[in-house]
Ligand binder design. Structure first.
Ligand SMILES: [Zn+2]
Length: 87
């Protein structure tokens, strides 16, 4: 069975928020709002949103439930909403 979160980690070629191109070497991170890969610029904007902290907490709880993995487990992907990754 494939992990439903795995597809969100696919090597997106552009930021799902601003359409900036992402090369394989560029770091990207998952949005806590959409779970789509976004660029680091957009992440900084996202972090400024007033509900960011609440949304993050809800997202973590949901992600752990969905994946059945602890938050710190990279295979659980919850992690990549806060830890930038490369392709
Ligand atoms: Zn972006």
């Amino acid at each position: 069975m494939s992990d439903p979160w795995e597809k969100d980690l696919s090597c997106a070629e552009k930021c799902s928020n601003c359409d900036a191109e992402l090369s394989q070497r560029d770091q990207r991170i998952l949005s806590v709002y959409t779970h789509e890969p976004i660029c680091m610029n957009c992440k900084r904007q996202e972090e400024k949103r007033p509900d960011y902290e609440d949304v993050s907490k809800g997202m973590i709880a949901q992600c752990i439930e969905d994946t059945g993995r602890p938050y710190g487990d990279p295979r659980g992907y919850c992690f990549y909403h806060f830890c930038p990754y490369k392709c």
